[in-house]
Design a protein around this ligand. Structure first.
Ligand code: GZL
Length: 327
């Protein structure tokens, strides 16, 4: 006879053993977070290979210090496997909550589920995980981050308005398998296709890194000498592409339009210098919103599945005035 789950729970509660069984029921739910004056929080960072990562880490550290929280920090140095191990080490240290910026959407699922099993809530920062494998409100508290599809779409919308006949695009993709790379590609490619009249002649990962971005841009520019637009999924690769263009004797911003996402000071200055056309910001300063969300969760609030960051937009209309405020 197959017992329904409800019947089973009613039966065992009658036997007065609900405590142990309800933990089974609880396993389907998010681990709670007690309301306390201070916390021991973990932040499992993916890597520190660019100003964006460094700004994000600094913001998380500074806000924890301001609140007097104990801050356990790890840096996976670009390895998803190490990031899983880092989360497991935080679980072993008994942190109260883990902030995780999952390097890629699938490999970090075991870390998210291990924390849940250990009764430690996870808040995803900046990058998300495969929604087919883990979901907000059940496996982790929430995802705090930008709308990467919208970021890609905003770049495309600027290009459609400002192309002036430049329509052959090289796309430099971010880290393969990461949510920003997947979604910035989706947002841009779909909007460009809908506009008509443009062609993405090549699209390849530069792993969000400046030197890899330069190398990939060099190779793709040689293979596609008619390319006259470069869309980079982040500033580091855009700045690498500018170096590649100048090495090839081409004027970035004049011969070839360069477009980017992140909004770091160097890229915004490149707009002022006429080398980049537009940059959609991807705000790295997560500290305030991250800890505010922790406190809301501890206070019993129902946290929305996605706490969306607002992103600025920079082009020649505002770059000079706003470059000093860029991260
Ligand atoms: C975006 C973040 C990306 C940045 C890159 O939220 O994950 O990772 O756009 C960084 O600069 O490496």
């Amino acid at each position: 006879m197959s017992l329904t789950r409800r019947t089973f729970l009613m039966t065992v509660s009658a036997l007065g053993v609900l405590g142990s069984v309800s933990s089974v029921a609880m396993a389907a739910d998010l681990p709670p977070l007690a309301k306390k004056d201070t916390y021991k929080v973990g932040f499992a960072q993916t890597e520190s290979n660019n100003p964006w990562r460094i700004a994000q880490t600094e913001s998380m550290k500074a806000e924890a210090a301001k609140l007097g929280y104990q801050f356990v920090y790890t840096d996976a140095a670009g390895s998803a496997a190490k990031q899983v191990a880092d989360v497991n080490s935080m679980i072993a240290q008994g942190v109260d909550l883990i902030f995780l910026a999952p390097r890629e959407e699938k490999p970090l699922i075991p870390a998210v589920l291990a924390a849940k099993k250990a009764g430690i809530p996870v808040i995803l920062l900046d990058r998300s995980v495969d929604p087919k494998l883990a979901v907000a409100g059940k496996d982790y508290v929430t995802f705090i981050g930008s709308d990467f599809v919208e970021e890609g779409k905003r770049v495309a919308e600027w290009l459609v308005k400002n192309a002036n006949g430049k329509t052959k695009i090289i796309e430099l993709e971010g880290t393969t398998g990461s949510s920003p790379a997947n979604d910035r590609k989706k947002g841009f490619d779909e909007a460009i296709k809908a506009a008509g009249g443009f062609e993405i002649v090549a699209s390849q990962s530069g792993d969000f890194a400046r030197d890899k971005g330069r190398q990939v841009a060099e190779a793709l520019l040689q293979a596609h000498p008619d390319a006259n637009v470069i869309y980079a999924h982040n500033d580091e690769m855009a700045l690498g592409a500018i170096a590649a263009l100048e090495a090839a004797g081409k004027k970035p911003g004049t011969d070839v339009l360069v477009l980017s996402i992140d909004g770091g000071k160097e890229a915004v200055q490149a707009i002022v210098d006429g080398k980049i056309g537009a940059v959609v910001e991807c705000n790295p300063r997560f500290g305030p919103i991250a800890y505010e969300t922790l406190k809301r969760y501890a206070g019993g609030d129902k946290i929305e599945a996605w706490v969306k960051n607002k992103d600025k937009f920079y082009d020649t209309s505002n770059a000079a005035a706003e470059v000093s405020g860029a991260y």
